[in-house]
Design a protein around this ligand. Structure first.
Ligand code: FES
Length: 99
């Protein structure tokens, strides 16, 4: 039997939710698992920038080349990441401006 490492994400906002996902999941996957709305015009391929979220606590893996390139075109603020590209490196707490 495989032991699957997991991580927890807290989605803060008007109605906070907690979801448990496989470790290294993308932030987008966890948000969708929590059934919360999130922009994703490009369906998560790192082109539209609509999935911008704010990481309140915890950490993500460093940007991959796709996210870094997108961040050059659409700069991120402190703590912001593109949810479709950022992968959880620990338990994470996220929010957006519209939850
Ligand atoms: S969903 Fe388009 S950049 Fe993330």
């Amino acid at each position: 039997m495989w032991a699957v490492p997991i991580a927890t994400m807290i989605l803060s906002g008007v109605a906070p939710r907690v979801v448990t996902v496989v470790a290294r999941s993308s932030l987008l996957r966890a948000v969708l698992r929590a059934r919360l709305p999130i922009g994703r015009s490009c369906r998560g391929v790192g082109q539209c920038g609509a999935c911008r979220v704010f990481v309140v606590a915890g950490s993500c893996e460093p940007m991959d080349p796709v996210e870094a390139e997108l961040a050059k075109r659409m700069p991120l603020g402190d703590g912001e990441r593109f949810a479709c590209r950022a992968r959880m490196a620990s338990d994470v707490t996220l929010t957006t401006g519209y939850w």
